[in-house]
Design a protein around this ligand. Structure first.
Ligand SMILES: Cc1cc2nc3c(=O)[nH]c(=O)nc-3n(C[C@H](O)[C@H](O)[C@H](O)COP(=O)(O)O)c2cc1C
Length: 136
């Protein structure tokens, strides 16, 4: 099974999670390709068996609007019925952005197999590996 991990990260926290998610996928026997948003098209991402998407809480409990949101807007309709995992870092909120994202994805017909929210980054590594394993 081939998993793609596509993320946006401003200060590196979600990027660190993405690398750990890749380790988890590989530990579960899958292969994982990791891309920053902009390095892969929505069509290329949708061609993978499983898709892990990472974006921190930005704006007011929103997806990052300049790069990640347009990518996700184009990708979401291509992922109907596909297995996805959603992850990201947040800080001062309570993870609301992820609850909104998960609901949006489920309403669009995606199979959200796992979500991971981590406040800043430090405690997230083990959880990210577990998330990757679960997704794979
Ligand atoms: C412009 C901006 C908006 C943010 N909005 C939120 C927010 O609504 N809720 C929240 O919990 N954290 C918010 N944060 C905090 C980030 O989600 C947090 O710093 C996160 O670790 C950044 O991840 P990154 O290192 O992958 O960019 C915001 C940060 C920035 C710079």
């Amino acid at each position: 099974m081939k998993t793609v991990i596509v993320f946006w990260s401003g200060t590196g926290n979600t990027e660190a999670l993405a690398q750990s998610v890749a380790k988890g996928v590989q530990a579960a026997g899958g292969s994982a390709d990791v891309f920053k948003v902009g390095e892969i098209t929505p069509e290329q991402a949708a061609a993978y068996d499983k898709i892990a998407l990472g974006c921190p809480a930005m704006g007011a409990e929103e997806l990052e609007e300049a790069e990640f949101a347009p990518f996700y807007d184009a990708l979401e309709p291509l992922l109907k019925g596909k297995t996805v995992g959603l992850f990201g870092s947040y800080d001062w909120g309570d993870g609301e952005w992820m609850r909104l994202w998960e609901k949006r994805a489920a309403d669009a017909g995606l199979n959200v197999a796992a979500t991971l929210t981590v406040q800043s980054a430090e405690p997230g590594v083990g959880e990210s590996v577990a998330f990757g394993k679960k997704l794979a």
